[in-house]
Design a binder for this molecule. Structure first.
Ligand code: 1GP
Length: 256
């Protein structure tokens, strides 16, 4: 296990549930995005994920990380959409497989093309099973996913368990960036009850109430990207998210 994964596990252990901020390299200037990341760190976010469903330029990632990395002490983790989303300047990469894609390229094809570069760059690869539910957003469309209906969370749970049995160490339940309806807490609860590995939930989370409910259902990591784009006071928002995640985790612990 690498340093970033160890850090995430320790942080989950001590806080119960943590918040990670997703930065989309296509949504603003390098300066603006770096400023968001720094303010999110100050407000208690645990790591910065960098990714977008439509990113095609490795250069953009390099430029962003060059500026951002020296100003952060929390880890930067690539959240790749494809093989261009690689930079040697990040601390780690979610080495992820889109489990419910209809296209084998997104399950093992892109991973095979990227693996030698990940090794050459010395990036810490954190194996993760990625499952798209509900609307799916751009990630669902680009990744040729067959999104799992919210009313059928047992299918997502079966995929999650299969990923755990295959040796993946994290599960990500994705609703799609900016979607109207995030993953329902009931679906999170059912997936959580099937697996023992850390569960990440993201897509469409906008309020601290939603984040608390997601953590109370058993999510260990909640990810938000779009929410910061609509507020002035980023620190206040992210702080409320980190607190909500911890409160939710406490509620989850009490009912176990
Ligand atoms: C998308 O889960 C992330 O991959 C974050 O989604 O932008 O809706 O917060 P939002």
């Amino acid at each position: 296990m690498g340093k970033v994964e160890e850090y995430l596990r320790e942080r989950i252990e001590s806080k119960g549930a943590i918040h990670i901020t997703l930065i989309d390299p296509e949504r603003g200037s390098v300066e603006k995005l770096t400023d968001i990341a720094c303010r999110a760190e100050k407000a208690g976010t645990s790591a910065i994920m960098i990714g977008s469903s439509t990113l095609v330029s490795q250069y953009m990632l390099d430029e962003l990380l060059k500026e951002m990395k020296p100003r952060l002490s929390i880890p930067t983790i690539i959240f790749p959409n494809n093989i261009a989303a690689l930079t040697r300047l990040a601390d780690a990469i979610w080495f992820m497989s889109l489990l419910n894609s209809d296209n084998p390229y997104f399950i093992t094809g892109a991973q095979a093309l990227a693996a030698p570069i990940v090794k050459m760059y010395g990036l810490e690869a954190i194996p993760m099973g990625y499952i798209i539910m509900g609307e799916g957003g751009a990630a669902g469309f680009i990744g040729c996913a067959r999104p799992i209906p919210y009313e059928k969370p047992e299918i997502a749970a079966a995929y999650a368990l299969a990923a755990q049995l295959l040796g993946m160490r994290f599960i990500y339940l994705e609703a799609g960036s900016g979607v109207r309806r995030p993953i329902p807490p009931e679906a999170v609860r059912i997936v959580r009850s099937m697996i023992d590995i850390p569960l990440i939930v993201g897509g469409g989370l906008r309020t601290s109430e939603q984040i608390e409910a997601t953590a109370a259902a058993g999510a260990n990591i909640v990810v938000t990207g779009t929410a910061v784009e609509q507020v002035e006071d980023i620190e206040k928002l992210i702080y409320s998210f980190t607190e909500a995640a911890a409160r939710g985790a406490e509620r989850y612990r009490r009912i176990q």
